[in-house]
Ligand binder design. Structure first.
Ligand code: ATP
Ligand code: MG
Length: 243
């Protein structure tokens, strides 16, 4: 086979692998949505009924010990319900449909700054509704993971998110000023960064991490803007030639 022919078939192979990963990610998102619906409709409802029964018992109970036990159980139940709500919200990016990507990112970041006292700085386009849904989910999930990592590992005082389109590409940058880490050594530790990279690759993009002990962390993800990245040619970049 000529080297040109070999090159073409490699390109075709890459396209097939890309499409395969895209389908896998889609299936994974659908599964998450199903789990979140079940947790909400079944587990959530059952816990609310349990709460109602406990409240009724609390009113009727006589001994102080009984009352204290029921009170403790109600406390535990409330914390469980709150935890379940957070899990449901994390599992389902329904918030994307309800608020749109930009507002959904703002909300996530606001929650983080509130709970962790991390100062957040955002630089986002006004409207990204023209973006294809898969790309919106990838961006949303990447910001979510970087925020979780910043909250869990970084001890940062500030966190920045920037999203901009340059030269037919969409660039997402997330940066914290925390303790940093060695990306090589971290490869085996969790699934978050690996998942982020896989999402980027599945959409034809790439991801780079720049981090060093004591010097914070910056993750830059680049997605190509192709005709497929747009929802039926709408939006501010609709007139641009494909990348
Ligand atoms: N912003 C950050 N600051 C400091 N260390 C980080 C940061 N992000 C990631 N790390 C380090 O890289 C490791 C791998 O991160 P990754 O997100 O892949 O896994 P995880 O957060 O440990 O677990 P998971 O994401 O699967 O819940 C972390 O365990 C942590 O040591
Ligand atoms: Mg993580």
């Amino acid at each position: 086979m000529s080297s040109r022919g070999a090159h073409k078939s490699r390109a075709e192979e890459t396209a097939v692998v890309g499409e395969h990963s895209r389908q896998l990610l889609k299936a994974q998102e659908e599964e998450r949505r199903r789990i979140s619906r079940e947790l909400h409709d079944e587990t959530g409802q059952a816990l609310m009924v349990l709460r109602f029964h406990l409240e009724t018992l609390e009113g009727g109970s006589r001994s102080t010990e009984q009352k204290a036990r029921i009170h403790e159980s109600l406390d535990l139940l409330d914390r469980t319900i709150e935890g379940l709500r957070r899990t449901i919200a994390r599992l389902s990016p329904r918030v994307l449909e309800e608020l749109g990507l930009v507002a959904a990112i703002r909300r996530q970041v606001a929650l983080l700054s509130k709970h962790r006292e991390i100062k957040a700085q955002l630089d986002l386009p006004d409207d990204l509704r023209w973006l294809d849904h898969d790309l919106q989910v990838a961006i949303y999930r990447s910001v979510q993971e970087a925020l979780h990592n910043a909250a869990k590992h970084s001890r940062a005082a500030s966190f920045k998110v920037r999203l901009l389109s340059v030269g037919g590409k969409l660039v997402l940058e997330m940066e914290d000023d925390g303790i940093g880490f060695s990306p090589r050594a971290a490869q085996q530790r969790g699934f978050g960064l690996t998942g982020m990279r896989e999402r980027a690759l599945a959409l034809g993009g790439s991801m780079k991490i720049r981090s060093e002990a004591g010097k914070g962390t910056r993750i830059r993800i680049t997605f190509p803007i192709t005709p497929r990245s747009r929802r039926s040619g709408r939006g501010p970049l609709a007139h641009m030639p494909a990348a």
